[in-house]
Unconditional design. Structure first.
Length: 271
């Protein structure tokens, strides 16, 4: 019988995850299906339970349910525990296992696919939700010169910087206090681009030769990208590579075989 997997989110109509996992299944010869499920904002746990009861074996989790998925998972990998957010669920006889593959996916995309090192760089991470939490640990593992987490609610950034301070040079800020600072890598982990907006960033934050990286993929010429271009950013990425690479890591967790992300990413770019 074909094994069932899915991605939970809201919104979810834009998701390329079904296409990615179908390609992985063909590449590795796995008998599985993968669908996108729109989850009512107040019905995440019940929706997951219904999927499991119908035979579902695993799921990805996207905006805005990553922290709720963390609470649902009674077993968690160390990287999920560190992140405090879950983007991958595996349903086993022992219960619900939660993992977070966002960080490893983004790091692979930036350092391998884009060829941009993080060690010694000044990094700015925009946002303090589940998407941001999943990448802080891997970013600090790469030993940047500094990592600043910025959010419109400064208190959230200080909670995160305190949580991760044992792992590297990390601090919290609100957007206005970024004035006068510049960064080599600016990562937008907010969901603002889904609504066609961007954080209220001051001028001058993009250093010469900097990378503007948007974790939310799918839309081009977003306000963030337009702002970054005007501010002199050198390289731009929409996070599609991160999506593919985190999916490959999730696929490995579920199926025990690691697919190749590069050909799938090339397929998506061509389309």
């Amino acid at each position: 019988m074909t094994d069932r997997y899915c991605v939970f989110g809201n919104p979810i109509g834009h998701s390329k995850s079904p296409t990615i996992h179908a390609a992985f299944a063909r590449q590795t010869g796995q008998d599985m299906s993968y669908e996108a499920i729109l989850v009512p904002l107040d019905d995440f746990t019940a929706t997951v339970r219904r999927f499991v009861d119908a035979g579902g074996l695993g799921a990805n989790v996207t905006v805005p349910f990553k922290e709720e998925a963390f609470r649902l998972a009674r077993q968690r990998t160390p990287r999920a525990e560190l992140a405090g957010a879950v983007n991958t669920l595996a349903f086993t006889r022992a219960g619900v296992l939660g993992d977070n593959t966002d960080g490893v996916g983004m790091m692979h995309d930036i350092t391998i696919n884009l060829g941009i090192p993080i060690t010694g760089k000044r990094v700015l991470l925009l946002g303090a939700g589940g998407a941001a939490r999943g990448v802080i640990g891997p970013l600090l593992d790469a030993r940047p010169a500094s990592l600043v987490i910025a959010n419109r609610t400064e208190a959230k950034t200080h909670v995160l910087s305190k949580h991760f301070k044992a792992f590297g040079a990390v601090s919290g800020s609100d957007y206005p206090d970024l004035a006068g600072q510049s960064f080599d890598i600016v990562i937008n982990a907010t969901s603002a681009s889904l609504g066609g907006t961007m954080p209220a960033l001051p001028d001058g934050i993009f250093a010469e030769g900097s990378l503007a990286y948007k974790m939310m993929y799918g839309q081009r010429d977003t306000p963030f990208e337009i702002f970054a271009r005007k501010q002199g950013a050198h390289t731009f990425s929409d996070g599609l590579g991160m999506l593919v690479e985190q999916a490959a890591e999730a696929f490995y967790l579920w199926r025990g075989v690691r697919p190749e992300g590069i050909p799938v990413l090339a397929m998506l770019r061509a389309a």
